[in-house]
Design a protein around this ligand. Structure first.
Ligand code: 2AM
Length: 171
C-alpha cells in the first residue's frame, strides 16, 4: 500500500516562483516550518492508502481525462487554523481547475475512494505548524497549469517527499 494523492504538477521554475510567497508566509508567525521546494503542490484529490489494483484503475481513469491547460492566479496568503497550515490560494478559482477536480473526484469515488474534505479548497501549502488569523493580499502570481500527477507521499529518514508516480498532460 502507498499513500497517494492527485495534485497539480508545477515545474521546478514555478516552484521557485513560489519561494518569495513562502518567505512572506513565514514572517506571519514564529515556529512555522517551510515545505521543501520540491514538495510544493496543489492537491486535487487526497486518496490515502492505495493498493496495486486500485493504482492501475486510478491511472487509467486519469489518463482518459481530456481537459485544457489554464492559468491559475494565486493572490492571497492565509492559514487553516485547525491544521496549522499557511497557504497561498486563488481568490478566483478557474473553472478549468474546478472541472478537473470534480471529474477526478467523481472517478476516484467510482473506484471506491471517499472524498474526506467536505468542501474543495484549492491551496498551496507553504509552511506547516504555523498559526495566524491574517489574510494577506499579495502581488498575484499567475501560473500556467499544463499537467497534473498522481503523487506518492514517502517518508525517507524522517523526511517527507512527494514523488510523482504518473504525470498527466492537459491539452
Ligand atoms: P496539502 O495541504 O498538502 O494539499 C489530507 O487531508 C490532505 O489534503 C491535507 O494534508 C492537505 O494537504 C489536503 N487538504 C486538506 N484540506 C483540503 C481541502 N479542503 N481541499 C483540498 N485539499 C485539502
Amino acid at each position: 500500500m502507498q499513500r497517494l494523492f492527485f495534485s497539480l504538477k508545477f515545474s521546478n521554475a514555478q516552484q521557485q516562483q513560489l519561494l518569495p510567497y513562502q518567505a512572506q508566509a513565514l514572517t506571519l508567525c514564529d515556529n512555522a516550518r517551510a515545505v521543501d521546494t520540491d514538495n510544493l503542490h496543489l492537491t486535487l484529490f487526497f486518496l490515502g492508502q492505495v493498493g496495486t489494483v486500485q493504482l492501475q484503475q486510478l491511472v487509467s481513469a486519469a489518463q482518459s481525462i481530456k481537459l485544457p491547460v489554464f492559468n491559475l492566479c494565486l493572490d492571497y496568503l492565509a492559514c487553516f487554523t485547525k491544521a496549522k497550515i499557511l497557504y497561498l490560494a486563488p481568490s478566483n478559482i478557474p473553472a478549468e481547475l474546478l472541472s478537473l477536480q470534480q471529474i477526478l473526484a467523481t472517478r476516484c469515488q467510482t473506484i471506491g475512494f471517499i472524498d474526506i474534505h467536505p468542501k474543495y479548497r484549492p491551496h498551496i501549502t507553504l509552511a506547516r505548524h504555523g498559526l495566524t488569523e491574517s489574510v494577506i493580499q499579495v502581488t498575484p502570481l499567475c501560473l500556467r497549469v499544463v499537467e497534473f500527477a498522481l503523487y506518492c507521499s514517502e517518508n525517507i529518514d524522517g523526511k517527507v517527499r512527494y514523488r510523482p508516480l504518473h504525470i498527466f498532460q492537459l491539452q
